[in-house]
Design a protein around this ligand. Structure first.
Ligand code: UDP
Length: 409
């Protein structure tokens, strides 16, 4: 039987579902269309897969469309993505033209059906050009850290973004000077999805066996697309330092995303760097490996998300929910999830990561304490039910701009 809203009562806590139903009644019958750039791979697809059915259950006509694009387009938008995160990238007029042409193509091909249209991230941001003809409410939902963007890209995207009715950012640091309403909505994980639900120990053990991981020795794990911002090479450096003191193993599990053309190159770097060490397991997992990823995280002694740039980093909440101690790069939304020393440790370098990993491997009670705190932090702040509520509140805020709707309890 498909998961229903009521099923979240137990994990999310009493009152949450009732509150959602009350809010749902206020928006029932409205249509909410989400548009992004990939149906699998990466955090946005992960969230929409679970969010859209729940919004429907609340009575909204929620739908989800994915824009089309070829390799050239996604190379351009990956460069945009990097530049918005502050990495120097050469942006040429040709690249801007590719973006414009792809936007035109999607404007022709897509059906815009929402009363409210949520456009996720920069790739489809240009679709707002349709607003002039058809009206409706348009929301730009930005998942990335645009606090210090490269000017060439931000100045190119800004005229599009200014046409939206509102922009949503994951944390206050990402907000921009814009002449549109801005809301803060943090991403979330679905506690009942295959990625996060409780698993039988037998299954967890079978996954370790499949990948030849020794259950008798500590396991360090990072789950991420093979992306330089996720710093898998830095994770290997940290592991090598820890390895001098502990006979640990490292799992780097990742897959690709159809809108990320850099993945193969980074994977090759990681494979070269880890060659010859049987205790490093580089696992290239196909899409929909959620149960296996869940098992790998549950089997881990320490989970790492050593990003050097990050939008939010859902993998952090996914691990905290499983009561794992998490070491994360002190960037972007990881700082929302890891309260340093309370729900995990924030680090700034491979050496820093190695120190904290060593400390955790030597102290089981510390691991348990951080894990327990992390679980409660996610329960209070980063579960899907909270994000459903925030999106419904956004719809209400757009409909009643002069009423004071309190966003984000
Ligand atoms: N993920 C996955 N398979 C992989 C790598 C990542 O299913 O091989 C999932 C991961 O569990 C998380 C999402 O993809 O749910 C990644 O989201 P995050 O916010 O951590 O990073 P993003 O990829 O969006 O930058």
């Amino acid at each position: 039987m498909p998961i229903q809203l009521q099923d979240y009562q137990e994990v999310a806590g009493p009152g949450v579902i009732e509150e959602l139903r009350v809010l749902g009644d206020r928006v029932a019958g409205r249509s909410m269309q989400h548009i992004n750039s990939t149906s699998v791979g990466g955090g946005v697809a992960e969230i929409l897969t679970r969010l859209v059915p729940l919004l429907r259950e609340l009575g909204l006509e929620a739908s989800w469309d994915v824009i089309k694009g070829d390799q050239a387009f996604f190379s351009v938008t990956k460069a945009f993505h990097n530049a918005l995160h502050g990495k120097p990238e050469e942006i040429t007029e040709d690249m801007l033209e590719i973006y414009r042409a792809n936007t035109e193509m999607n404007l022709r091909d897509l059906n815009f059906v929402g009363d409210v249209i949520f456009v996720h991230d920069p790739q489809p941001a240009g679709l707002v050009l349709r607003k002039q003809q058809m009206g409706r409410q348009w929301v730009w939902r930005c998942h990335i850290d645009v606090s210090a963007p490269q000017a060439a890209v931000w100045n190119f995207l800004r005229p599009y973004i200014e046409q939206y009715d509102a922009a949503i950012f994951s944390m206050p640091d990402f907000a921009q000077r814009l002449p549109v309403a801005q809301y803060r909505v943090a991403p979330s994980i679905d506690p009942l999805a295959d990625k996060n639900k409780p698993l039988e120990q037998k299954f967890v053990a079978s996954v370790l066996e499949k990948y030849k991981i020794d259950p008798g020795r500590p396991v360090l794990t990072q789950v991420s697309r093979f992306d330089r911002f996720k710093d898998p090479v830095g994770v290997i450096d940290a592991y090598r330092l820890v390895k001098k003191r502990y006979r640990c193993q490292l799992v780097l599990a990742g897959g690709g995303a159809s809108d990320d053309p850099e993945g193969e190159e980074v994977l090759r770097e990681v494979q070269e760097k880890s060659a010859g060490d049987p205790d490093i397991h580089v696992l290239l997992l196909p899409p929909f490996s959620d149960l296996e990823i869940n098992a790998l995280v549950r089997a881990s002694t320490v989970v790492i998300q050593k990003s050097v740039r990050e939008g939010f980093g859902l993998t952090v909440s996914e691990a905290l929910w499983k009561k794992k101690p998490v070491i994360g790069g002190a960037v972007g939304g990881i700082r929302l999830q890891i309260i340093d020393g309370v729900t995990g440790f924030l680090v700034h370098s491979p050496e820093g990561a190695a120190n904290r990993i060593g400390q955790l491997l030597g102290d089981r009670r510390l691991r348990e304490r951080l894990g327990e705190n992390g679980y409660l932090h996610v329960k209070q702040n980063f579960l899907l039910t909270r994000q459903v509520k925030d999106y419904v509140l956004t719809v209400l805020a757009l409909e009643h701009p002069h009423e004071s709707v309190v966003l984000l309890g």
